[in-house]
Design a protein around this ligand. Structure first.
Ligand SMILES: *Cc1c(COP(=O)(O)O)cnc(C)c1O
Length: 400
């Protein structure tokens, strides 16, 4: 029998509500009440793309050949820029024709990868908390999620021993992400070696999201999965231009690594989209070829904001650990308050938007994520409002 014509497919109706969409409604309501919002909720960089990138895009726009459909597999120039960047940055050799694929942003690729590889009922290992695309993609594909709960005591690093043997044996994909959104955790190289050995032993596809490759501070250099011996046999790594180059609205990212895994994603995408506007691929190529000084200025901008906020919050009694990477602070809620209540209280009393940790899965409960996406005067305004509203912690003993 035909169901109600407007009833949504199970793959949609079974998805948990997208907390960011709900947060948007609350923000709209707060704005209606005349609140001047300071939005530290999203992971949306506040600056514009570098001028060189904008100029390259403008020049590419005036070329008629760029106005047609781009090649499915991305332009050869962008793919070469990707593999050159890998060589320069990690000393990793990749084939630009088979081991690199441009994407309409990494969220698109992370989600579609699940659609290319997960059958209904297949088991997917995803940390909790995690970036929503890491579990929503598999859910849309009909997969079953085995959440790997992270915790402060283990520095938010996946404890591979906590994964039951029978689960590991059945799992098809493991998604992971260091430097981590939302916890800001970074993982040592030894962890990458362990997870590669684990995935090879249990024959699990490893999907690493390295979207904060360059947003690291105090001299810290994040590890690439592909630096690890044997990783390319079982894994792929996703990158974005959104964060380092302030290009979130341009929708461009890429995946590199195992050519068979990439080929499956490419086959699916051939049926879904026509790839990225060629002028944007030219701009992205220019971004990847920017001198190291550019990345340093971005790192400095975020680390200054981090230091300013950590110090200011400290004065108000919020004992927050400085992040080594990413564009966030991961802040414990006052004792006895869950993350939604706390985020709501902060929004209603101060007009400052922070993201409740449970938006990233149950493992994020008890924390809120604060994005470093406003300039120092705006962050100072946020601190002043916290002080005025008396949003202090009622606890001395905080664990990280
Ligand atoms: C911001 C972010 C992305 C970026 O997604 P795009 O679609 O490339 O803009 C991917 N993964 C994580 C963990 C992120 O925080």
């Amino acid at each position: 029998m035909k169901s109600n014509w407007i009833s949504r497919a199970d793959r949609l109706s079974k998805l948990p509500p997208y907390v960011f969409a709900r947060l948007d409604e609350l923000k709209a309501r707060a704005r209606e009440q005349g609140l001047d919002l300071i939005d530290l909720g999203m992971g949306n960089p506040d600056g514009s793309a570098p001028n060189e990138v904008i100029q390259a895009a403008i020049a590419a726009l005036s070329e008629p050949k760029n106005h047609g459909y781009p090649p499915f597999e991305g332009t050869a120039n962008f793919r070469h820029a990707i593999t050159n960047w890998y060589q320069r940055r990690y000393n990793v050799n990749l084939n630009p024709d088979s081991e690199a694929l441009p994407l309409l942003g990494s969220k698109e690729g992370l989600t579609h990868l699940a659609l290319a590889y997960i059958n209904p009922g297949d088991l997917v290992l995803v940390p909790s908390p995690a970036y929503p695309a890491h579990f929503r993609g598999p859910l849309i594909a009909g997969g079953k999620i085995h959440p790997i709960l992270l915790n402060a005591e283990q520095d938010w690093i996946i404890d591979l021993k906590s994964i039951p043997e029978d689960v590991a044996k059945r799992a098809k994909i493991l998604y992971f992400n260091y430097p981590n959104n939302p916890t800001t955790a970074t993982a040592p190289r030894e962890f990458f070696e362990e997870i590669v050995a684990f995935a090879r032993h249990y024959e699990i596809m490893l999907v690493h999201d390295l979207c904060y490759a360059e947003l690291a501070f105090d001299g810290y250099q994040p590890t690439s999965l592909l630096e690890i011996k044997g990783a390319k046999e079982i894994g792929v790594e996703f990158h974005t231009l959104s964060k380092t180059y302030n290009m979130a609205g341009w929708r461009v990212g890429f995946v590199v690594g195992n050519s068979d895994i990439i080929q499956g994603l490419r086959t699916l995408k051939t049926n879904l989209d026509y790839g990225i506007f060629s002028a944007i691929q030219t701009a992205a190529q220019t971004a990847l070829e920017m001198p190291d000084e550019y990345v340093k200025t971005v790192q400095e901008r975020y680390s200054k904001r981090r230091d300013f906020l950590v110090k200011g919050l400290g004065k108000l009694g919020w004992n927050v650990k400085p992040s080594r990477a990413t564009m966030y602070l991961w802040v414990p809620c006052p004792v006895g308050m869950d993350s939604t209540d706390f985020a709501l209280q902060v929004l209603q009393n101060t007009g400052v938007v922070v993201t409740p940790g449970n938006a990233f899965g149950e493992g994020g409960e008890g924390y809120v994520r604060v994005s470093l996406i406003a300039d120092l005067p705006r962050l100072e305004e946020a601190l002043n409002r916290f002080e005025k509203a008396g949003i202090y912690y009622q606890t001395q003993e905080l664990i990280y």
